[in-house]
Design a protein around this ligand. Sequence first.
Ligand code: T46
Length: 133
Amino acid sequence: MNIPKIKFQIHGDDRGSLVALEENKEIPFSIKRVYYIFETKEEVVRGHHAHKSLEQIFICVSGQCKIRLNNGKEMGEVLLDNPEEGIYVAPGMWREMYDFSEDAVLLVLASELYHEEDYIRNYDDFLAYINQK
Ligand code: T46
């Protein structure tokens, strides 16, 4: 599966760089929640779940990490190592985040507040959910 990267516009000058992200503009949904993941150990794999309706944008604003996405039929992997770009993660994608560098900060913009009921945390349940759709 190809995972396209979204390239953000940089407002750069001799002071440095700035990326601005607005809901329903650069971000294709209304942003209800922001969280970030950092100090994840290199050998750790996070995620191992899918969401029923949550849409998200992942941006590695510092360091690097890899993202594996699986829609129940196909799998794809992408390296995030640039604060100028991100990926859109649709609902119904099993996700794993791994190979975090020591300085990695994975910023996530989310379309919904935190609802544990939106998670599918068992892989067999995920496949059953995808196949019934
Ligand atoms: C996702 C990937 C990329 C909250 O209380 N509020 C929140 O908004 C979030 C995201 C998490 N939590 C709590 C729930 C757990 O007790 O933080 C703890 C760690 O969450 P979790 O094990 O789900 O973390 P990851 O890194 O496996 O997954 C997270 C998001 O949960 C998930 O939506 O897509 O990052």
